[in-house]
Unconditional design. Sequence first.
Length: 79
Amino acid sequence: MTTHLHLYSTSHCHLCEQAEAILVELALSHDLSWTVIEIGDDANLLSRYELSIPVLARLDKGQEITWPFNKDTVLDLIK
C-alpha cells in the first residue's frame, strides 16, 4: 500500500529541495508518493507553515515533521 505524503513548500526554498531529494531517494526502495503543496497560494497555509517549511505531513495518521529531518525521520513517519 502506497504511503502518500504532503510536502509543504514554497518556491526558491533550498531546504524544500533537499527535503524532496530525500523523498526521491526513499521512493526508490519504498512504496511512497507525495504532493508538493505551495503554501504561498493559501493564506492559512502560509500563516501556519511559513516559519517551519519544509513540512512533511502524513494525513492518514495526522502526523507532521518539520525541518530539519533526514531519511531516518521520514522512515519513522512512513512506518
